[in-house]
Write a protein that binds this ligand. Structure first.
Ligand SMILES: [Mg+2]
Length: 265
């Protein structure tokens, strides 16, 4: 169990915690404001790959949740930094749903003759032909980097499967490993702690994905809080052998949890 009295910052997942299909989850705006007013630092870590940080901030503000673009770390932004460092100057084919060009600034995009393939969030672009081409490029030795390995996300119309569903099959067919950058990889959590100028042990992560948000954060030393909104399913929680540090009905209960942790209860 983490050192409960040391929480100095909150790292929020966005989708399924603050909003579903960009509609505020009941009480999220008030809870986020109250946590900020209590003096805690904060950042927002999302595997969203269909919108830029600026667009996400605009959408959240439109839902009544006051967030600045600079407080948001997307899997796309993390991936662009990673690929730029690991493969400087490489021609990159980005297979992704959504226009996120601004967050990929610095990469040389080339879907004809790529040196590196980046797999983003799933959508109609993940066609049989496109996925077949990724496998073929892998067999030819072209490295593949995934923005994240999330399996699903929640929409107002139900669950949608995400890129993580395809990665194991591509690795088998392409006979190579795919490097994952966003959640649940450790790098994103560490980057956000650095952004808040805090040690991971001082940060509380709140998410609706038990594995990708909560248990992955706990593995890096953060305190994990699972919400029962978004993609939460009781059966998934019951089946896991590691427990989240805390489970709350929704982010609306977060200020109360933080108060009780500060009081050592
Ligand atoms: Mg989520």
């Amino acid at each position: 169990m983490s050192d409960r009295g040391r929480i100095r910052g909150v790292l929020y997942d966005i989708d399924g915690v603050l909003v579903t299909s960009w509609q505020e989850i009941d009480g999220a705006a008030v809870a986020v404001r109250r946590v900020r007013e209590s003096g805690l630092r904060r950042a927002f870590l999302t595997n969203t790959t269909s919108r830029t940080c600026a667009e996400i901030a605009e959408r959240l503000c439109g839902s009544g949740i006051e967030v600045a673009a600079g407080e948001i770390v997307t899997a796309a932004r993390l991936t662009a930094e990673f690929v730029g460092r690991r493969y400087p100057g490489a021609a990159v084919w980005v297979l992704n749903h959504g226009d996120i060009g601004a967050d990929l600034a610095g990469l040389t995009l080339d879907d004809e003759h790529p040196d590196v393939v980046v797999i983003g969030g799933a959508g109609v672009e993940f066609s049989h032909l496109a996925l077949s081409r990724v496998a073929e490029l892998m067999l030819d030795g072209v490295p593949v980097v995934a923005m994240h390995s999330g399996l699903t996300w929640a929409t107002a119309e139900g669950l949608r499967i995400d890129a993580g569903v395809y990665l194991p099959g591509l690795e088998a067919a392409g006979n190579a490993r795919i490097e994952v950058v966003g959640k649940p990889a450790a790098a994103g959590f560490r980057t956000c702690a650095e952004l808040m100028r805090l040690d991971p042990s001082e940060v509380l992560m709140v998410g609706d994905d038990l594995q990708s948000d909560v248990l992955a954060a706990q593995a890096v030393g953060l305190t994990g809080v699972l919400v029962r909104t978004g993609k939460f399913r009781a059966a998934v929680l019951a089946a896991v052998d590691r427990a989240p540090h805390h489970v709350i009905d929704s982010v609306a209960a977060l200020p109360g949890l933080i108060t009780s942790l500060a009081n050592g209860r």
